[in-house]
Design a binder for this molecule. Structure first.
Ligand code: GLV
Ligand code: MN
Ligand code: MN
Length: 419
């Protein structure tokens, strides 16, 4: 493929080396742990800024922690930037590819963009802050702030499991949560945005297709369910006299799974991902259990109905077992249909490079779904081995990533050339 063969910035070995540098910025333990609004996430943003600086591109970090660099147009300038990028935070013990692949590809595009082919628009390279909802429940924080969906007051409400507010974590990192309104983007300043990401599913691998073009991104409703029973002696308390919060939670968890399996649509996905048991000792009947539920759907009506059904099932189980229940909604993001124009540009880019592309939905959230509120926006996927993600086993080959970066570059040029 000509673009891959001739552009040094898109060489697989170079991309792999940059990925390795980001992966080294991790807490100890399996996989990559670089949580939202931590010292390590900031170090990754600093590395991004210094790699842009090596290319002669100045960047800044906004009040929300997003880092943005810009390359000026080099011929017949037109207003309205073309942007690309992704996020640098991870889930606990996640992989080295989720988000980082899109940032590394943005750096490769930035390096390749000077190579003789004229650009008429500014090109912007973005590392979004705090995309993962793993720490604070709310996903896509940096991108929600730039589109105006999250404001300073919201940052004081969101807490992690230790009770630290997002605002406090941001301040601790040297950011300015009280001034995040200054990070808003003006849509008149932009033309289009395109993000490269790993698929986090098996469609491309199963169909042996190197490039995915996303048409829809699933929404996500996130719940916290608290069950309160009675803690008591495991030996002394007869089975018929118990109000066991964990036994109730176990039924609720299985009901969540049943609801998703029985749903008419394969894109209905319901997961209990975190559960705490108190007091948590071998000789005590569990008195209190708190667990999270993540409801993902490509249709907002079905998403809301599924989240409602989860709450109903939990209340029914709790009532039957004499356990108190509270269901709180932590976050609610609707599904998004992405730009047909950007998708068409990505498909045309793949075709121009001689690559088959598959149109598919994304089950995972992405910053671009927020950015699409402001401008035409799209996502290009590369295959994920075994579909694994949010796991140390996450993997895409350097060749697959290089192919994705080449498609990204060609898509950027095609968007650059639009009126
Ligand atoms: C982001 O990775 C998500 O949780 O979908
Ligand atoms: Mn991601
Ligand atoms: Mn993720």
């Amino acid at each position: 493929m000509s673009t891959l063969a001739t552009v040094p910035a898109l060489q697989p070995a170079r991309l792999e080396e940059t990925l390795r540098r980001f992966a080294a910025l991790s807490e100890p333990g399996p996989g990559v742990s670089r949580l939202a609004y931590t010292r390590l996430e900031r170090q990754a943003h600093d590395l991004f800024a210094s790699l842009l600086a090596d290319l002669g591109i100045a960047s800044y970090t906004d009040a929300a922690g997003n880092t943005i660099g810009e390359l000026a147009p080099d011929a017949e300038p037109r207003p309205g930037a073309i942007g690309t990028g992704s996020h640098l935070d991870s889930v606990p013990h996640g992989g080295a590819y989720d988000g980082t692949v899109g940032v590394v590809a943005a750096l490769a595009v930035a390096a390749a963009a000077g190579a003789g082919r004229p650009r008429h628009r500014p090109w912007r390279f973005v590392a979004f802050a705090a995309e993962e909802g793993a720490r604070f429940g709310q996903a896509c924080n940096g991108s929600r702030i730039v589109v105006g969906l999250t404001g300073a007051a919201d940052l004081r409400q969101l807490t992690d499991r230790t009770g630290t507010t997002m605002a406090a974590a941001m301040t601790e990192c040297g950011l300015a949560p009280e001034r995040v309104e200054t990070a808003r983007w003006d849509p008149r300043d932009w033309r289009a945005f395109v993000e490269l990401h790993i698929e986090q599913g098996t469609v491309l691998e199963h169909r042996r297709v190197p490039v995915g073009v996303v048409d829809t991104v699933s929404g996500s409703t996130r719940l916290r369910v608290s069950l309160t029973g009675v803690a008591s002696h495991t030996g002394g308390t007869p089975m018929e006299n118990r109000r066991d919060a964990l036994a109730a939670a176990a039924e609720c968890v299985l009901d969540c799974e049943r609801l998703a399996v029985a749903a008419a649509d394969v894109n209905t996905r319901i997961t209990v991902g975190a559960l705490t048991v108190e007091p948590g000792a071998i000789t005590i009947i569990p008195g209190r259990v708190v667990f999270t539920v993540d409801v993902r759907e490509t249709d907002y009506g079905r998403q809301r109905a599924a989240a409602h059904a989860v709450g109903q099932r939990c209340r029914t189980v709790a009532a039957r077992r004499g356990v108190d229940v509270e269901v709180e909604e932590l976050a609610d993001t609707p599904p998004v249909v992405l730009s047909r124009e950007v998708a068409a540009a990505a498909r045309a880019a793949a075709t121009a490079l001689g690559l088959p592309a598959e149109v598919l939905a994304s089950g995972a959230s992405h910053d671009t779904q927020q950015i699409s509120r402001l401008m035409p926006a799209g996502i290009v996927f590369v295959p994920s081995r075994g579909g694994l993600s949010h796991s140390p086993g996450e993997f895409s080959t350097a060749d697959q990533i290089a192919v994705g970066a080449a498609v990204l570059l060609e898509t950027m040029y095609r968007l650059d050339a639009t009126a």
